[in-house]
Design a protein around this ligand. Structure first.
Ligand SMILES: [Zn+2]
Length: 94
């Protein structure tokens, strides 16, 4: 079983990777096996030490939720989840 480091907003840890090669697809990220509480920089270094790949989920610039799976890039180059994209005029809260 393959594992990878994951950063998802405030959460970080080690996830397993689900082999999808039998379907001819890239592996999918599974659930957290272990959650860690390092600073982001420390966690990046730890993943290097452990020889793990690191994947960071994008954060929606409008609702600040972690975007799992599909997302789009808005006209001004910001990450937007499909929920916010579906709204007519997403606006940043100040
Ligand atoms: Zn959103």
């Amino acid at each position: 079983m393959d594992i990878t480091g994951i950063i998802a907003g405030d959460e970080q840890g080690i996830c397993n990777l689900i082999d999808m090669t039998y379907k001819g697809k890239d592996p999918q990220v599974g659930d957290f096996i272990i959650k860690t509480r390092y600073s982001k920089d420390e966690f990046i270094k730890k993943c290097e030490q452990w020889g793990l790949d690191l994947f960071e989920y994008p954060i929606c610039n409008f609702c600040r939720k972690v975007i799992h799976g599909m997302y789009t890039i808005s006209r001004n180059g910001e990450d937007v989840c499909l929920d916010c994209e579906a709204k007519e005029k997403p606006r940043k809260e100040k």
